[in-house]
Design a protein around this ligand. Structure first.
Ligand code: 5AD
Ligand code: SF4
Length: 487
């Protein structure tokens, strides 16, 4: 975008408090967009997201701000504003960004007014920002995970100064509520209940790029969910790096907490279940070290809570778990799985597993295989350990690549065999399915999700998208089912 004079910007009039300040900048930019429209130019945007649910949710906020300004969503990176919301959890995630950026250079040569922004976890690391500043001069905006809410202000800064704008905060400054959101699905949404992480697993970069744990007060969470409900949302996913430690470091005043200072995640779940109109509640992610009996009980008592727990194990070796600082042992983890299976027999259990953590021996790896056999996961996400500079494990002795690769292949095969066997256990049953979209591969078919998070494809009218229907599971296909709609 060309350098512009935002004439209306009057320093004295810019509010100092949030969210009023951002609303001011949104309005200011909207005037500029309206002017462009009058001249026959519609300005478009495209947000590309890497990484986890948390990032996907942040991107919906970024899109919400862009829409409120008046930009129109474009299906590809042929747009006037292109934003990359990055992830840095593994080296692969970093590489993806640079691939995309390379392609954009040509596009920007054709559309000189194009504005390129990079934000998210990768930008919280100084070496990445320095590299972009030095080698990617055509990038216009760089910001981090603690100031996504400032997108409008940062765009205005860029347009007025004509210079690259870089603003990365080392830690969060304030909690800004009530930001606009553009939901990918009209009927489901993520809701942050907490930010950051205090666990410092020795392989993980997240505590460094997302900061210390901060919990939103229950009133703010509930108000957001009620708004979503009024807007047609049926399913919500409560988001946090470790939802089981919800309740540390609250941001804001709360009557509920005054009455009950030991209010915790199961209490929050119980309260969210009471909100009429919300039919399904999910949560992500649970750290095994503090999944309580109280939580299991609350799930058992409330049918609205989906029968799915994502319980990352990372490794089955107690020795490695100690080196990872996970604070549980193989025995503790398996006992927890047994308890969950006994109390919640219809639960679907998924996990994350890492192979090749520094010092991993064949014996350690066989412990991981043993846990996979015993826990019988419905699905497991497997990762090769990736060095993250700045974490304690980065300086430990690494396992040779070919050893890791061979173990990874063995693990993947086991995980797939078990998941295929496991998931066929629902064959022949009739299940509630939330219809999510048209099937990408088969015309006239729809794709929906059961509460255990497994997908089903079945013939049906697209008018059903967003509703919960009964589907008979006729064919088990490993990770998904083919079904028939019950009229
Ligand atoms: N290398 C490989 N995988 C990692 N994960 C987190 N950090 C690393 C790393 N350095 C995996 C964990 C986590 C998931 C989100 O990513 O399994 O649960
Ligand atoms: Fe999510 Fe972690 Fe990746 Fe950030 S680094 S996007 S928090 S997985």
């Amino acid at each position: 975008m060309e350098q512009i004079r935002l004439d209306e910007l009057n320093e004295e009039k810019v509010p100092v408090t949030e969210p009023e300040r951002q609303e001011y900048y949104i309005n200011l930019l909207r005037n500029y967009i309206d002017q462009c429209k009058k001249e026959g130019k519609t300005l478009t945007y495209c947000v590309q997201t890497f990484g986890c649910q948390m990032n996907a949710h942040d991107s919906e906020r970024l899109e919400g701000i862009l829409e409120k300004i008046g930009f129109v969503q474009a299906p590809t990176e042929d747009a006037d504003v292109v934003l990359y919301n990055t992830c840095t959890v593994r080296e692969n995630a970093n590489k993806k960004l640079f691939g995309h950026l390379g392609h954009l250079k040509n596009k920007k040569q054709k559309n000189k007014d194009m504005l390129i922004g990079i934000c998210g976890c990768m930008m919280q690391q100084k070496e990445n920002v320095d590299f972009i500043e030095k080698s990617y001069k055509y990038v216009d905006l760089v910001f981090g995970t603690f100031n996504t809410y400032k997108l409008a202000e940062l765009i205005a800064d860029r347009l007025m100064s004509g210079k690259q704008v870089i603003e990365v905060l080392p830690q969060p400054k304030e909690n800004v509520e009530n930001l606009p959101q553009k939901r990918k699905y009209s009927f489901k949404s993520g809701v942050n209940i907490m930010y950051g992480c205090n666990n410092f697993c020795t392989y993980c970069i997240v505590p460094y790029v997302r900061g210390r744990e901060r919990s939103r007060v229950p009133e703010d969470i509930m108000a957001e969910i009620k708004c979503l409900r009024d807007d047609g949302v049926k399913e919500i996913m409560l988001l946090g790096q470790n939802v089981n430690s919800y309740g540390t470091n609250y941001m804001g005043e709360s009557e509920i907490l005054k009455e009950n200072p030991s209010y915790d995640f199961p209490d929050l779940l119980r309260d969210v279940c009471k909100i009429d109109g919300i039919e399904r509640i999910r949560f992500m992610t649970s750290n095994p070290k503090d999944l309580s009996d109280k939580l299991i009980q609350v799930i058992k008592e409330n049918k609205k809570i989906c029968r799915h727990i994502h319980l990352p194990v990372q490794s089955g070796s107690s020795r490695l778990l100690k080196a990872m600082n996970r604070k549980y042992t193989k025995e503790h983890y398996l006992a927890l799985v047994d308890k969950i299976r006994k109390e919640l027999p219809d639960i679907s259990l998924t996990t994350d597993i890492m192979v090749g953590f520094p010092g991993e021996t064949e014996e350690d790896f066989l412990d991981t295989m043993d846990v996979v056999r015993k826990a019988e996961y419905d699905q497991a996400f497997t990762f090769i350990y990736s060095i993250r500079t700045g974490t304690p494990a980065a300086t430990m002795e690494q396992v040779p690549e070919e050893v890791v690769k061979e173990r990874f292949d063995r693990l993947l095969k086991l995980v797939q065999d078990i998941a295929a066997k496991r998931s066929s256990r629902f064959k022949g049953m009739v299940k509630d399915v939330l219809v999510e979209e048209e099937d990408e591969h088969e015309e006239g078919y729809l794709t929906g999700r059961m509460d255990n998070n497994i997908t089903v494809h079945f013939k049906g009218d697209k008018k059903l998208i967003g509703s919960i229907v009964d589907v008979k599971l006729t064919e088990a296909k490993g990770f998904y089912y083919i079904g028939e709609l019950i009229k």
